[in-house]
Design a protein around this ligand. Structure first.
Ligand code: AHR
Length: 353
């Protein structure tokens, strides 16, 4: 009898320990999860990320994961859309069902969000947009946006090319440029493509071709190879991100061409955006990539501070643009003018990489 009582007592303790542990599970589905330190209810955030197409994206995901932790008072539900808007729409609907406190959306493209964001609004869940923008009829469907000025990045890159041609006495008619675009319909693509098109028109550069490189290294290499075979006169390749630029460099080398800035003597100038990938930054130092307009991915703390403002009853700015640098090597161009403002050119050096 005594043995039976002891074994019953032990079983009760075991069940208590097991259920005690599972009530703070990391399934992301329990809205009553508590921050063990403060015993405050965690703020539940559903984040729909575009995918993992670039190094920029991985750095962005890391930045979000680093900030939205239980220690910081958050429960993060992270979803990867694998570059598909349909997946992001599914994520938002599932966040609504899970009754999250906030939805954070890094949209793959700008359009097509009206219906699902209306559903979030009807459910009373504030939506924050990060990185790329959304193009919706009613802008009350989201609380605020934080990200880059993609067109300004492009204007900086084009201002650099303009300064370079002037400094080296290269006539505009001798610039044969191609645009390797990012994911079509993404703000980063729209702004960077527009900036280049406007500059080609204003400066009289020949825009030889425009192709979709999907922001990836593989596609960047594939389209560059095809373009250089078709148009050997190309002397500037404008890649809309670093992964495409790395692919373009592979293509240039595989065709026995040389990446560099002696474009009147057969070299091919590669221009890029982001500045996150170490290899790409090293290529700037080695003068294989002429310049990189920075696109800063560290949005985690920015989104957290917007949420904090809302939690404290404040109304955050609708649009917050991030300050960004412009990277190059020493071509004797120390500043550029874009959008009416002067920006310094940061010369990358071995010790800054
Ligand atoms: O929206 C930001 C862009 O998306 C980055 O430039 C690119 O690398 C990423 O995939």
């Amino acid at each position: 009898m005594k043995k039976k009582i002891i074994s019953l007592f032990l079983s009760v303790i075991l069940v208590f320990l097991l259920t005690g542990c599972s009530s703070e599970s990391s399934t992301g589905n329990d809205s009553e999860v508590l921050n063990t330190n403060s015993q405050k209810k965690l703020i539940k955030v559903g984040f729909s990320q575009v995918g993992a197409e670039s190094d920029w994206r991985s750095a962005n995901t890391e930045s979000m994961r680093e900030v939205f932790t239980a220690e910081n008072g958050y429960q993060l539900i992270f979803e990867d859309a694998q570059q598909k808007q349909t997946n992001q729409i599914m994520h938002i609907r599932s966040f609504i069902q899970q009754e999250v406190d906030y939805i954070v959306l890094a949209p793959v493209t700008e359009t097509g969000w009206d219906t699902v964001l209306q559903e979030a609004k009807d459910a009373g869940i504030p939506v924050l947009i990060v990185d790329r923008m959304v193009d919706v009829k009613d802008d009350s469907l989201y609380v605020c946006w934080v990200g880059s000025n993609f067109e300004l990045e492009a204007q900086k890159a084009c201002a650099f090319l303009d300064a370079f041609t002037i400094k080296n006495g290269i006539e505009a008619k001798n610039i044969n440029i191609v645009d390797i675009q990012g994911t079509i319909g993404a703000s980063a693509q729209i702004g960077r493509t527009k900036g280049l098109k406007d500059a080609c028109k204003a400066n009289g550069w020949n825009l030889v071709a425009v192709e979709n490189g999907e922001f990836t290294q593989t596609k960047g290499r594939e389209v560059t190879e095809a373009l250089l075979n078709k148009h050997p006169e190309i002397n500037v390749i404008y890649c809309e991100n670093d992964n495409e630029a790395l692919g373009a460099l592979e293509a240039i080398e595989s065709l026995g061409r040389v990446a560099g800035t002696d474009i009147m003597n057969g070299e091919i100038m590669v221009m890029s955006f982001d500045g996150v990938n170490r290899e790409a930054r090293q290529d700037v130092i080695d003068k294989k990539i002429a310049c990189i307009a920075e696109c800063n991915p560290l949005h985690g703390p920015r989104v957290a501070s917007l949420i904090e403002k809302i939690e404290n009853g404040m109304v955050p700015d609708k649009m917050s643009f991030v300050d960004e640098e412009f990277f190059s090597a020493d071509y004797d161009i120390s500043s550029i003018i874009a959008g009416g403002n002067v920006y310094p050119v940061t010369f990358l050096k071995e010790d800054s990489n």
